[in-house]
Design a protein around this ligand. Structure first.
Ligand SMILES: Cc1cc2nc3c(=O)[nH]c(=O)nc-3n(C[C@H](O)[C@H](O)[C@H](O)COP(=O)(O)O)c2cc1C
Length: 340
């Protein structure tokens, strides 16, 4: 449990100060092992779960709300569009101690569209408002939205402002994270939809100017903390996805650079060693080593030995019975004299 948790209660507009910098929800990537690892690198950053559908929580077998206490502050991202179902899930999540509920209005995959949620909900702002209101009625934690700047040919500034106005005024949503590119609902894969539509950060900045009372964050294509600081001159928050996952050491400087703490910056080796007790505890519970270490592959990016580190883990962590010795042997591939 983070000892500073008490200080992380929502303050401004019911929004966490941590939302100044967050790691994006990423399906299959930001699972609980990943979030535990990221938390070792940064104490302040707000972490998002992968999107979890209301159907999985309500009807699925297994505990889709499980997380580690150390992950706080942690937001649950929900996928769904039925206000009652979303309210049921939000209540369960709040009872489990999640710090925020976020509704996915940005994912363009076919599967998600078939379920009538994700990015296609941008065309139904009144329904989104009802969803937010239904969740806000049953929880005290912030209920936020992650959205795009538009969908298909509905990509005017007016379309986006209508969405934000209706969802904030009718739904009471006070925080929006805007992935600053539109989504094509057909024709592009989800991956292409993260790369092909051009980024338009000024559009997110304009939303902040026109809705100054709302907490507005931006997402998409952000790769450095310098870029993050530039965005923060215009906006309340920055959300980083792929770069945080692929180059996680970026996160080691966030507490100092973005949140102004003067805590020491951890070395990569220290972070690996701090993972050992967690790995052992998880292996004892039946987890596979590879499911944990896959999130750590990028830690030594651009360092001598990085390729060998990746390779050793990739070739060995999936073998039955693999344990902590695989990570120790991989760490030994990083030259001893390197103080990293
Ligand atoms: C593997 C992967 C899975 C993703 N899954 C989700 C998701 O579950 N929910 C969501 O809102 N966005 C999802 N996204 C989109 C990211 O949250 C983010 O909006 C996008 O990657 C753009 O940010 P970036 O350029 O910093 O990566 C996913 C992205 C990736 C790469």
């Amino acid at each position: 449990m983070l000892d500073t948790n008490e200080e992380k209660k929502p303050t401004h507009n019911g929004v966490f100060p941590s939302s100044r910098f967050s790691i994006a929800p990423m399906l299959d990537w930001t699972d609980r092992h990943c979030r535990y690892f990221h938390r070792l690198l940064t104490k302040e950053t707000l972490l998002y779960t992968e999107m979890v559908t209301t159907g999985a929580i309500i009807h699925g077998k297994g505990d889709f709300l499980a997380y580690n206490e150390e992950e706080h502050p942690v937001a649950l991202q929900l996928g769904g569009s039925n206000p009652q179902d979303l309210a049921t899930c939000a209540k369960l999540a709040a009872e489990r101690g999640y710090d925020e509920i976020n509704l996915n209005v940005g994912c363009p995959s076919d599967r998600v569209q078939n379920g009538r949620f994700g990015a296609c909900l941008m065309a139904e702002p009144v329904l989104v408002a009802e969803c937010i209101a239904a969740m806000r009625d049953v929880v005290d934690i912030p209920v936020t939205v992650k959205t795009r700047i538009g969908i298909d040919d509905q990509d005017s500034y007016e379309f986006l402002t209508d969405f934000v106005r209706i969802v904030s005024e009718k739904g009471g949503c006070e925080q929006f994270t805007i992935h600053a590119r539109k989504a094509w609902l057909s024709g592009l894969s989800p991956k292409e939809n993260r790369e092909i539509p051009p980024l338009d950060y000024p559009r997110a900045y304009q939303i902040k100017q026109d809705f100054a009372h709302l907490n507005i964050g931006v997402n998409g294509g952000i790769k450095t903390l310098d870029e993050s600081l530039e965005h923060l001159a215009h906006l309340d928050g920055v959300m980083v996805g792929r770069e945080a996952y692929q180059n996680p050491y970026l996160l080691a400087h966030v507490d100092q650079t973005i949140f102004g703490l003067d805590t020491p910056v951890k070395k990569r080796r220290q972070v690996v060693e701090e993972m050992y007790p967690y790995i052992e505890q998880q292996l004892a519970k039946g987890a596979y080593l590879g499911h944990i270490t896959r999130h750590m592959l990028g830690l030594f990016q651009n360092m001598p030995g990085a390729r060998q580190w990746r390779r050793y883990i990739s070739e060995n962590a999936h073998k039955p019975g693999s344990g902590i010795e695989v990570v120790q042997a991989a760490l030994a591939k990083i030259p001893q004299e390197l103080d990293v």
